[in-house]
Design a protein around this ligand. Structure first.
Ligand code: ATP
Ligand code: MG
Length: 283
């Protein structure tokens, strides 16, 4: 009996958070780096289904950096990064789309559906809902800068009680254009802003943003980020992620969090407990 009471009390501690977030949109960037093993993927899906069943509206944008690297290796296509962006020519783009839209997107959608949610996988090419142009005049090849998001496509999906699962690929201008590879962090942030999301969570493979000594920085503002970029503490894949966080909170999203996707139920820990986890960026 005592144990059952304890269980009931534990469930009730989530109540104020459920009240706060129900009917709100929460955007979750599911980093390729966090998609590491089947058990962890199951926990992720359970968290998502719980959010969905208590009336929260989750939207997922996924990455897939590691799996893209594996495929490029298999095909003996090299890969090069600059400023945390993958230099993308047409051949690389084909692999990026195949892995993101074809493989990972369907895998996440299947996982969520299997666990009892109703998920729909799409990419920015569907209904042309993400349009892009070359980022920095084509400095990174087919890496795109989002020029337009038609959020009504996502809103329609959400209003029909489905969870959108988005592969970060955008349409090109012509029929034969291969499309654009959009950094998933950036896509998630832009989508969160366009949907007026309450929160955005970035699940990755570090406890959050770390300082020079490898200690977790539990909160950050623009000036602190600039200093950390300048001295090289923030580099590689963390660069677009912190930029995406700052962009989201500067444009109406209340909070952005970078959290450790390698921890079981990190989403629930962040949303439904006082302590929270990871690094937070606030308005
Ligand atoms: N100051 C920092 N603190 C923490 N991680 C950092 C820092 N600077 C750079 N990084 C790197 O950023 C990486 C996370 O970005 P990465 O792009 O690899 O993952 P992701 O965005 O979750 O996955 P994907 O790009 O596949 O979606 C970490 O694994 C770490 O190597
Ligand atoms: Mg990344």
């Amino acid at each position: 009996m005592q144990r059952k009471l304890h269980t009931a009390k534990t469930i009730l501690t989530a109540l104020p958070y459920i009240k706060r977030f129900t009917k709100k949109t929460i955007v979750i960037k599911y980093g390729g780096a966090a998609q590491i093993n089947p058990d962890l993927k199951d926990r992720f899906a359970q968290d998502l289904v719980l959010l969905y069943l208590v009336g929260i509206k989750p939207v997922i944008i996924h990455g897939g950096g590691k799996r893209i690297n594996t495929f490029l290796d298999k095909l003996h296509l090299g890969t090069e990064f600059k400023d945390g962006m993958r230099i993308t020519d047409e051949k690389v783009m084909e692999v990026v789309e195949m892995v993101l839209s074809g493989s990972i997107n369907k895998e996440i959608t299947t996982l969520l559906n299997h666990h009892g949610a109703k998920a729909i996988g799409i990419s920015g090419k569907d209904a042309n809902f993400i349009k892009a142009k070359p980022l920095d005049d084509g400095k990174y090849g087919l890496v795109g800068d989002i020029s337009e998001i038609n959020e009504t496509v996502l809103e329609n999906i959400i209003n029909q009680n489905f969870i959108p699962v988005v592969a970060p690929i955008a349409s090109g201008q012509t029929l034969t254009h291969p499309g654009y590879n959009i950094n998933a962090d950036w896509a998630a942030s832009k989508i969160a802003v366009s949907l007026k999301a309450e929160k955005i969570l970035f699940l990755t493979d570090t406890p959050g943003v770390l300082d020079k000594e490898g200690k977790l920085l539990s909160s950050l503002n623009t000036d602190e980020v600039e200093a950390l970029k300048k001295d090289g503490t923030i580099h590689g894949g963390m660069l677009p992620k912190v930029n995406a966080c700052l962009e989201a909170v500067a444009n109406g999203v209340k909070q952005a969090h970078i959290i450790d996707g390698r921890i079981e139920h990190s989403i629930l820990l962040e949303l439904f407990t006082d302590e929270g986890v990871g690094t937070v960026f606030s308005q």
